[in-house]
Design a protein around this ligand. Structure first.
Ligand code: ZN
Length: 150
């Protein structure tokens, strides 16, 4: 159990393309645990590994329907379009409206290294897209309209 400091905008790690995980190891388990603890401590709904300074393709998401841990997540299908408000633990005090796919299908590994497929819509779909953007060095403020103080 460990809560990390969330890296904020301006830190280069947030702009790097994160590296795929080749194998699930105990260090990946520890990373997932630390990300989960950090996300809950900060009362976030999602966290990507670069946000705790680790440039690996790992995300955790919990929008109130349970914890999802995904390693090497990829969006394999998306449908529709929806505008919604977002914020980011790495850009505290700011929100903006982002247009994203309304529904996405995401595949990746779970912590056992098994391939899982998630179908998401609404806020869950938004959170997945936001976190996967982090793995590509993209922040929500790159895409947001009407950026404002929260
Ligand atoms: Zn974020």
């Amino acid at each position: 159990m460990a809560v990390f400091n969330v890296v904020t905008e301006g830190d280069e790690v947030l702009r790097e393309k994160a590296v795929p995980v080749r194998k699930i190891t105990s260090s990946i388990h520890k990373l997932l645990d630390n990300m989960r603890d950090t996300m809950y401590a900060y009362k976030g709904v999602g966290l990507a590994a670069p946000q705790i300074g680790v440039s690996k393709r790992v995300i955790v998401v919990d929008v109130g329907e349970g914890l999802w841990e995904l390693v090497n997540p990829e969006i394999i299908a998306s449908q529709g379009e929806e505008k919604g408000m977002e914020g980011c633990l790495s850009i505290p005090g700011v929100v903006g409206d982002v247009i994203r796919a309304a529904r996405v299908t995401v595949t990746g590994w779970n912590r056992q290294g098994e391939t899982v497929t998630v179908q998401a819509e609404g806020f869950f779909a938004r959170a997945l897209q936001h976190e996967i953007d982090h793995l590509n060095g993209v922040l929500f403020t790159d895409k947001a309209l009407n950026i404002r103080r929260a």
